[in-house]
Design a protein around this ligand. Structure first.
Ligand code: PLP
Length: 254
């Protein structure tokens, strides 16, 4: 994708963020845009950085290990947003500033140990990914198991638990109409008339879970990473502080 289109895409995303924050009395500065660069080459990351993006998300440790060679001149924050296997945890703890998809204590313990061994000055930021839709066989900790996992992750000395992340089911772009017969297993709420209505309860649930944990653990937990290209406006209306945007910024993936 040409530089001009990444730049133009970024402007459009910034307008959408501004409109969404304005609707609910929030400020655009309170939203961190994470450019999801998976499958796109290092040159695309360079272009997005030139246009002003400072946070990037990758979903595979190995892909990032190769691509970072082409981006190590950039002073950006690198997020791992994809499911992490425990045999990649040690590497991830050294290659990323934050792992936004922790859903397992063993993986968290490995990240903690590897971060200590790497002798890096700062703790590794982590988010816990929550499976907000039971119907989906996606990654993320079950809601019922979240409090215990959060308490144990928060106690690990080389990790900073900053908040929660989720990937709700896909109902279509929020500006469009709900497809005539959405699959039952997608968990569409009864009475939902648009993709925005359908997805909103999942984002709201993540915020409520964060609020409950905040009280229980007496931790600030300021971060809610939720919302992608097709639904980030709704996520912002429901309290997202970080949105993970791939396609709308970089174009389609191979
Ligand atoms: C790919 C991906 C995104 C970005 O998706 P788009 O629909 O391209 O914006 C966000 N979050 C996660 C976890 C992803 O894997």
């Amino acid at each position: 994708m040409a530089t001009t289109s990444i730049r133009q895409n970024l402007l459009q995303i910034q307008e959408r963020i501004a409109a969404a924050t304005a609707r609910v009395g929030r400020r655009p500065e309170d939203i961190t845009l994470i450019g999801v660069s998976k499958t796109h080459p290092a040159i695309a990351i360079q272009e997005a950085f030139q246009a002003g993006v400072r946070h990037f998300g990758e979903n595979r440790v190995q892909e990032w290990e190769v691509k970072r060679v082409g981006t190590n001149n950039l002073s950006a924050t690198w997020h791992l947003i994809g499911h992490l296997q425990s045999n990649k945890a040690a590497k991830a703890a050294k290659l990323f500033h934050t792992v936004d998809s922790v859903d397992d204590l063993v993986v968290a313990q490995k990240l903690d140990r590897a971060r200590a061994e790497a002798g890096l000055p700062a703790n590794l930021r982590v988010l816990i990914e929550v499976r907000v839709a039971k119907e989906e066989t996606k990654s993320g900790v079950e809601i019922a198991a979240l409090p215990e996992l959060a308490e144990k992750v928060a106690a690990l000395p080389h990790l900073d638990l900053a908040g929660l992340m989720c990937i709700p089911p896909f109902f279509g772009p929020v500006g469009a109409g709900l497809s005539p017969s959405p699959p039952v297993e997608a968990g569409v709420q009864p009475g939902a008339v648009s993709p925005a209505d359908a997805v909103r309860p999942y984002f709201r649930r993540l915020r409520e879970l964060r609020d409950e944990l905040r009280a229980k653990l007496a931790l600030p937990l300021p971060v809610l990473s939720m919302g992608m290209s097709h639904d980030f406006e709704v996520a912002i209306e429901e309290g997202a502080t970080e949105v993970r945007v791939g396609t709308a910024l970089f174009g389609g993936r191979m």
